[in-house]
Design a protein around this ligand. Structure first.
Ligand SMILES: NC(=O)c1ccc[n+]([C@@H]2O[C@H](COP(=O)([O-])OP(=O)(O)OC[C@H]3O[C@@H](n4cnc5c(N)ncnc54)[C@H](O)[C@@H]3O)[C@@H](O)[C@H]2O)c1
Length: 349
C-alpha cells in the first residue's frame, strides 16, 4: 500500500509514501550522470543496501546527530563530492533523518552552484515534515538553522518500513510534528489523530502510511501556496519559537526537535489563552490529552523533568530573541486560534 502526494512548486515533485519504497529509488539513476549518497553512521548499516548496488559506489557517512549540521561537516561533504568527480548533472541522495536531509539539501544547493537531490527520509519527523518543502540548513553557534537556503528536491521516497528501527525517543519526536500538523490542519485531522493514537504509537504499518500521507498532504498544500515562507507558510512554525529556544539552551541534540516542538505547542496554547487569541476554550485540554496519549510533553516543566535542566525565563527570552523568525528584533509568535486556524507574527509585550 503506497500513495503519492504532489508538491506544486516551480518544478513540481512527488512524495511517495509506503513500506518498501527504498528499492524504488534506483529507477531514477538514469536521470543523472553520477549519484552520491549522504547518510549517517546509524542509518548506513541498516538501509544503505536497500538502495541497490548502483548507489553503493559513492557514499559519504557522517556522524549521527545534530552536531553534523555544521559548516565543518558541510565543507567536508563538498570536498568528498569533488573527490567523487560529480558534475553539474549529478545528484545527491539524502538517506537518513532531518539532519541528513538538511545537510544534504544545503550541500546540493551549494555544490557547483546547485545540483539536484532526492530525499529518502528514515525518521518519522523527516517523513512528515523535514523532507518536504525545500528548507535546508546548518546550525551556527548563535542558533539553530541560521544558515541555509531553499532548495527543493527532485523527489521524496518516504519508506515507512524504516520507522520500525527508530528508537522510542526519536519516534516520539516525529509524533511531536504530527501533533502540530493535525492541530494546524483542523478538526477532521485532529479527530483522526485522536482515533489513530494507539495504533500509531504501536507503529502499525497501515496507520503509519496513513498518518504520514495526511501530514505530507497538509505540508504540500502549505508549501505549494507559499514556497519561500513569505506569509502563510509561517503557520508551520507553530511551537517552534519555544522549541528552538529549548533546543538552544539544552544544547543541540539533547532534546529531540519534535519533542521540543510538542512542548512548544503546549506553551503556544497557554500563551494564546492568556493573551486572548485562543477562541476555543476546550482546545488546550484536548491537545494536552492527545499529547499524553502519544507520550509527548506539553510544557517547559515537562521538559525540565525530562532533562533535569533548568530553563529560566530570562534564558528562554534571550534564546527566543535570536530566533530567525523574528523581525526588527521582536519575538514573533505563531498562536492557535482554534483547530485549523492560527495567528502569525504575533508580538507580545
Ligand atoms: N528542513 C525542514 O523543513 C525541517 C523541518 C523539521 C525539522 N528539521 C530538522 O530535522 C532535524 C531533526 O531530524 P530527525 O529528528 O530526523 O533527527 P536525526 O536526523 O538526527 O535522526 C535522529 C536519530 O535517528 C537515527 N536514525 C535515523 N533513521 C533511523 C532509523 N530508521 N532507524 C534507526 N535510527 C535512525 C539517526 O542516526 C539519529 O541518530 C533537526 O535538525 C531539524 O532542525 C528540518
Amino acid at each position: 500500500m503506497t500513495s503519492t502526494v504532489r508538491v506544486s512548486v516551480e518544478t513540481p515533485y512527488d512524495v511517495r509514501i509506503g513500506p518498501g519504497l527504498l528499492q524504488a529509488v534506483e529507477a531514477l539513476a538514469p536521470r543523472y550522470s553520477r549519484v552520491a549518497v549522504l547518510t549517517d553512521e546509524n542509518v548506513a548499516p541498516l538501509y544503505l543496501e536497500r538502495l541497490g548496488e548502483t548507489f553503493g559506489k559513492r557514499v559519504i557517512v557522517v556522524a549521527a546527530g545534530e552536531a553534523s549540521k555544521s559548516f565543518v561537516t558541510l565543507e567536508s561533504v563538498l570536498d568528498q563530492l569533488c573527490g567523487f568527480g560529480l558534475d553539474r548533472d549529478s545528484a545527491l541522495i539524502a538517506l537518513g533523518g532531518g539532519v541528513i536531509g538538511d545537510l544534504c539539501g544545503l550541500s546540493a544547493a551549494l555544490f557547483m552552484r546547485g545540483v539536484r537531490f532526492i530525499q529518502c527520509p528514515t525518521t518519522l519527523l523527516a517523513q512528515v515534515d523535514a523532507s518536504v518543502g525545500g528548507k535546508t540548513a546548518v546550525n551556527l553557534t548563535s542558533g539553530k538553522n541560521l544558515a541555509g537556503v531553499f532548495h527543493q528536491p527532485d523527489a521524496v521516497f518516504a519508506d515507512t518500513s524504516t520507522l520500525a528501527s527508530q528508537s522510542e525517543d526519536e519516534f516520539r519526536s516525529g509524533l511531536g510534528e504530527v501533533l502540530k500538523t493535525a492541530l494546524l490542519d483542523g478538526e477532521e485531522h485532529l479527530a483522526q489523530l485522536e482515533a489513530d493514537a494507539a495504533l500509531l504509537v504501536a507503529r502499525d504499518s497501515r496507520t503509519l502510511t496513513r498518518v504520514v500521507e495526511r501530514c505530507v498532504q497538509f505540508k504540500a498544500k502549505i508549501v505549494s501556496a507559499d514556497p519561500l515562507e513569505g506569509g502563510s507558510r509561517k503557520c508551520l512554525n507553530l511551537g517552534h519559537t519555544y522549541a528552538h529556544a529549548i533546543e538552544h539552551i539544552a544544547g543541540f541534540g539533547v532534546v529531540p526537535h519534535g519533542i521540543a516542538v510538542a512542548a512548544g505547542v503546549g506553551m503556544a496554547l497557554d500563551q494564546a489563552g492568556s493573551c486572548g487569541v485562543l477562541e476555543d476554550a476546550q482546545l488546550a485540554g484536548r491537545v494536552r490529552k492527545l499529547a499524553r496519549s502519544l507520550g509527548l510533553p506539553t510544557s517547559l516543566e515537562d521538559i525540565e523533568a525530562r532533562t533535569g535542566l533548568e530553563f529560566s525565563e530570562p534564558d528562554m527570552l534571550r534564546a527566543m530573541s535570536s530566533d530567525k523568525k523574528n523581525a526588527a528584533g521582536e519575538v514573533r509568535y505563531v498562536l492557535p486560534v482554534r483547530a485549523g486556524e492560527v495567528r502569525i507574527d504575533v508580538v507580545i509585550e
